[in-house]
Design a protein around this ligand. Structure first.
Ligand SMILES: Cc1cc2nc3c(=O)[nH]c(=O)nc-3n(C[C@H](O)[C@H](O)[C@H](O)COP(=O)(O)O)c2cc1C
Length: 311
């Protein structure tokens, strides 16, 4: 009976928490910041940076947009499944501004989620999915909705490396913002991550762009290997060392950037790290990357006939 119900409601797609996809062309989804006076397309300048609470970072350079954000008491982010702010809405997030990082050429605004409304599926299907597949101790329906909202826009997965004397760590991250057009990067790293305090103390890390073909290795690296990562020779791939820092990266990235940490900020479950790109090496042409979206977003796009390839 249960499997029949699942088939009727969700077809043959295996239910997962996040769907791992690849995107060859442009991202179809859009993100709009609704201020008191205008809707700003923030699709390429917004990033999920913390999960508890949900914190979204937005980089703005236009003085009018900066003023609009700073003077608005009510702020909303509207995710849509394709271009157009008033149609195809998948999630509406209400947020408040709690901090910002100002630079000469722009500001990173940090907005904390207060509540959200989902429109991926109808309410009954959403509730059924939650109670049948996601509900667990510590995950309320409210919390579940906030994660779905955060992953209603594809989040690119990259590999982070750190090294200090004999200690090294290589692990995946998707809470990352690429603002390299102004030589900046922003990261959301969990306080439980063993390397966090070392990265902050050294003020250095390396970020690598990886194609989706290496998904399995990426997930192996995501497994908590704690304080003592395997010997370099025992890794399931060869490594090379980066030009300036000499950190280990897998041999297969398309490019890497060496980052100097300028500032850190505690967001809750994750620490924000604000960094400057001090060196970039392009190793080969950029191949399509690996992205995360929530399963509800995948189902929604599938129902609309424009879902990305699952990998
Ligand atoms: C695809 C993927 C993306 C991840 N993104 C993040 C992230 O953005 N921030 C984070 O703190 N942890 C992230 N993680 C979890 C870390 O990679 C994981 O905590 C780390 O590998 C554990 O290392 P440790 O045991 O050495 O602390 C991600 C894991 C996976 C599989």
């Amino acid at each position: 009976m249960k499997s029949l119900l699942k088939k009727i409601l969700f077809g043959d797609t295996a239910v997962t928490e996040y769907s791992t996809i690849t995107i060859a062309g442009d991202i179809k989804e859009k993100a709009y910041l609704q201020t008191a006076c205008q809707a700003i397309d923030i699709s390429t300048v917004h990033w999920l940076l913390c999960l508890e609470p949900i914190v979204i970072g937005i980089w703005l350079q236009n003085p009018e947009e900066i003023k609009a954000l700073n003077t608005s008491t009510r702020l909303k982010i509207i995710f849509t499944d394709s271009a157009g702010v008033n149609k195809n809405t998948t999630a509406v997030l209400e947020l408040h501004l709690f901090n910002s990082i100002e630079e000469n050429n722009g500001t990173l605004f940090l907005l904390k989620l207060t509540k959200c409304k989902l429109h991926h599926l109808n309410f009954i299907k959403t509730r059924l999915l939650f109670s049948r597949y996601y509900k667990k101790p510590g995950l309320s329906f409210k919390k579940f909705k906030s994660l779905v909202a955060g992953y209603s826009y594809p989040r690119k997965v990259r590999i982070v490396s750190f090294k200090e004397e004999s200690y090294y760590n290589i692990f995946p991250m998707d809470l990352v913002g690429d603002i390299s057009h102004v030589n900046r990067f922003v990261f959301g790293l969990r306080h439980t991550n063993i390397a966090l305090s070392k990265i902050i103390a050294a003020g250095k890390l390396v970020i690598s762009e990886i194609s989706y073909e290496h998904k399995n290795i990426i997930y192996q690296l995501g497994k908590h290997h704690g304080a003592s990562p395997p010997l370099i020779g025992d890794l399931p791939f060869k490594v090379r060392q980066t030009k300036t820092y000499g950190f280990y990266i897998p041999e297969f990235p398309d490019s890497y950037k060496e980052i100097k940490i300028l500032k850190t900020l505690n967001l809750g479950s994750h620490m924000l790290m604000w960094g400057e790109v001090i060196n970039e090496e392009v190793l080969k042409p950029l191949l399509p990357g690996l992205y995360h979206i929530h399963f509800l977003q995948y189902l929604h796009q599938q129902a609309k006939g424009f879902n990305y390839p699952l990998v």
